[in-house]
Design a binder for this molecule. Structure first.
Ligand code: ZN
Length: 167
């Protein structure tokens, strides 16, 4: 099993680079996506994973089928070169945890609803909207791609006891 990098590792602080269109279907990117999927599947308390968390400074994240309602999807959804194209002015306080900041949860204010534009593994552009947990995931994962950890702005760190939905 691939190790998930922990806070303090400089890889988590770099700005990740976009994937070139002709690179999306390359063996190298396919392999990285495969490993990301496997790593997330082997991490029962995780619902999403960004490429830098397993050591690649590339703009990719994957979301577990567990995060989608209703749960019908068999595979993780892959987001390549994701951007937030819309975010609600309305904010919500999320109780958040991160696979790269083991055991620590905190409170963080994020938009309640967002829309992401991204490319799938076949290089097709798509848009996906989400609220609640999904909105939280999209904002948290894009933060990872910009070298930002939730602990940079979260409050009440370590005061919340939870074991689920790490991002
Ligand atoms: Zn995280």
């Amino acid at each position: 099993m691939i190790k998930i990098l922990q806070s303090g590792n400089p890889v988590l602080r770099k700005i990740c680079r976009p994937i070139k269109p002709e690179e999306i279907k390359s063996a190298k990117i396919k392999k990285i996506i495969k490993v990301m999927r496997e790593t997330l599947e082997e991490t029962p308390d995780g619902v999403a994973l960004a490429a830098p968390q397993i050591g690649h400074n590339l703009r990719i994240f994957v979301v577990s089928p567990k995060a989608f309602q209703p749960q019908g999807r068999a595979l993780e959804t892959v987001f390549i070169n994701p951007t937030l194209v819309k975010r609600s002015n309305k904010k919500k306080i999320f109780e958040e945890g991160c696979l790269s900041v083991s055991g620590v949860y905190g409170k963080i204010k994020r938009s309640e609803k967002v829309t992401v534009e991204a490319f799938d593994e076949k290089g097709r552009r798509f848009f996906r909207g989400g609220s609640g947990l999904l909105a939280e995931i999209y904002q948290h994962e894009i933060n990872h791609l910009d070298g930002v950890l939730f602990t940079d702005t979260a409050t009440e760190l370590g005061t919340i006891t939870r074991k689920d939905n790490k991002l």
